[in-house]
Design a protein around this ligand. Structure first.
Ligand code: AMP
Length: 215
């Protein structure tokens, strides 16, 4: 199964993608995670991407399309994947269609997480991440057992620099300007399904499991 999780930052795409990948043996591809690793490694791509990410802007299509294509061509993606945070522009969506077509494949489903702005702000301002394994926490709803320490790998938990209120608002604005149009793009292709991104993590996980297990 080849899926896209589409929706604004803070919709819960990453959290749900992790669960869904476990249940259906898929690979989670988060372009945000790939970019954060490139930044941490200090690679050329990372150095270029950093300035856009810190401002809450999108990294140029010319960079991200190649990164996503390379990741999708790795062995662990052969059985299927969930794209989380990609595509984010029409140009990226068209490049993805082309990439899949060239390998004789196509997307099975795009799941749009419709999410209200106050939920986005609450989730993102309280979000904390493990620096080592990328696990997600929240200062109110998903605390680690020991403060500041990842339950899963013992790594340090930190707040992403783009999860500050000003940058969050900018990212949401950029999302509406650049990514909203993908809802229509995929609806026209008849592969769009919608879920309620405001729902609690555990409830939405059940909805997704039900939706995907009949496919
Ligand atoms: P995310 O973790 O998905 O919220 O992504 C964090 C940041 O990485 C975004 O605010 C963008 O700067 C950049 N980014 C991630 N995915 C993409 C993409 N598909 N296109 C452009 N920029 C991206």
């Amino acid at each position: 199964m080849k899926l896209v999780f589409l929706g604004p930052p803070g919709a819960g795409k990453g959290t749900q993608a992790e669960e869904t990948c476990k249940s259906f043996s898929l690979t989670h591809i988060s372009t945000g995670d790939i970019l954060r690793k490139a930044v941490a490694d200090g690679s050329d791509v990372g150095l270029e991407a950093k300035k856009y990410m810190e401002e809450g802007d999108l990294v140029p299509d010319s960079i991200i399309v190649g990164l996503a294509a390379d990741r999708m061509s790795e062995d662990d993606c052969a059985e299927g994947f969930i794209l989380d945070g990609f595509p984010r522009t029409i140009v990226q969506a068209q490049a993805l269609d082309e990439e899949l077509q060239n390998s004789g494949s196509r997307l099975d489903l795009v799941i749009y997480f419709e999410t209200s702005e106050d939920v986005i702000i609450r989730r993102l301002t309280g979000r904390r991440i493990c620096r080592k394994c990328g696990a997600n926490y929240h200062i109110e709803t998903m605390k680690p057992r020991v403060e500041g320490v990842c339950d899963r790998c013992g790594g340090e938990i930190y707040q992403r620099s783009d999860d500050k209120l000003g940058t969050i608002k900018k990212r949401v604005k950029v999302y509406h300007e650049e990514t909203d149009s993908l809802i229509e793009y995929y609806r026209e292709r008849d592969i769009l399904a919608e879920v309620d991104g405001d729902e609690a993590v555990s409830e939405l996980a059940v909805v997704l499991e039900g939706m995907l297990s009949v496919r």
